[in-house]
Design a binder for this molecule. Structure first.
Ligand code: DGY
Length: 323
């Protein structure tokens, strides 16, 4: 019996995942041709005829691409927790299972969240810039930032990452954790976090942390109106998806000091052009989507997507189905 065929659409897929696929499926990795990242045209040209696809690329998996795959396609998995790069409705229409990779990245992303929060609150970017340009000044009013102890932290989306963030920040002696989301989270009770409407969270929080999925409902949830109701000392942290934030509105709010600072692991587009206005602001600390970028985490993510696809191509339930 011939092995099922699996396409991995980006060649940076860790070897830990490839090892699980070896001898179990026949796998190919894009791009075939050069050292450039996979282009959409190359994906389209080569996607036909596979039983399973590991969609580990920044490109969108659209209806058009699904049509090019052919009727033998049995399953798709991401190598990410987020699934906003996938046309989920199209997959559902075609009764194709989708896997994703939650949980194993919670710790790594929570670490980055805390790093960004401290960096933005304590003005690392401005401080380093002044240091490097010989403007380090002494004096008790130089480079004054925000306290974390005694603050109110608002988490938008208390999923695995949000919960891991709360656990870490408890050590910082935060006074109050609040969260917003579609449902009550049972874990909130032992974490000591109270569910409140989003508006209340925005009004009361000294730190607003975005850790929810990007959907039609959450797109641009942070916009000119929501920034207006945030506290003047507020620090906005986004470790989820750039699309949650109206970046022009954020730029204006930071420039006008309507809020204190922002720390962003995610932006739109990625990569963001180096001349982008947000990057010019001293109070906007941006890192290039490093959330899950640790060896152990990325290896675990690759292993889970391999396990998802191995199950999916055999018509079995994936270990981590996305729906
Ligand atoms: C994910 O997996 O969705 C994360 O954004 C990766 O950092």
């Amino acid at each position: 019996m011939s092995l099922k065929r699996v396409l991995i659409v980006n060649k940076t897929f860790p070897i830990a995942g490839i090892e699980l696929l070896n001898n179990k499926v026949q796998h190919k990795i894009l791009p075939y041709s050069d050292n450039e990242p996979e282009s959409l045209s190359e994906i389209k040209k080569n996607i036909k005829g596979f039983d399973g696809i590991i969609w580990n690329t920044k490109h969108q998996l659209t209806k058009e691409i699904l049509e090019l795959c052919g009727p033998q396609l049995k399953a798709v998995t991401t190598m990410s927790s987020g699934i906003d790069q996938i046309d989920v409705e199209e997959l559902k229409k075609r009764r194709l299972p989708l896997g994703n990779v939650p949980r194993v990245l919670d710790h790594a992303v929570a670490d980055i969240t805390v790093g960004l929060l401290v960096a933005a609150a304590r003005r690392f970017k401005e401080g380093v810039e002044e240091l490097m340009t010989g403007q380090w000044k002494y004096g008790v009013q130089w480079m004054i930032g925000q306290d974390i102890a005694g603050s109110t932290v608002g988490i938008v989306g208390l999923g695995g990452v949000g919960q891991a963030v709360v656990k870490r920040l408890k050590g910082f002696e935060v006074a109050k954790f609040i969260y917003s989301g579609r449902n009550d989270k049972p874990e909130a009770k032992y974490l000591g976090a109270e569910r409140v409407p989003l508006d209340q969270l925005l009004k009361e929080s000294d730190y607003v942390i975005l850790s929810c999925p990007l959907t039609n409902e959450t797109k641009n949830m942070i916009n000119a109106d929501s920034l207006k109701i945030m506290k003047k000392n507020a620090v906005l942290i986004n470790i989820a998806r750039g699309g949650l934030v109206d970046q022009e509105a954020l730029y204006n709010a930071l420039k006008e000091r309507q809020i204190f600072a922002a720390g962003l692991d995610v932006v739109t587009p990625e990569p963001i052009p180096k001349e982008h206005p947000l990057l010019t602001l001293p109070n906007c600390y941006v890192v290039p989507h490093l959330g899950s970028a640790t060896i152990e985490t990325r290896n675990n993510m690759a292993k889970i997507s391999a396990q998802n696809i191995l199950a999916g191509v055999e018509g079995k339930t994936m270990p981590f189905p996305a729906f």
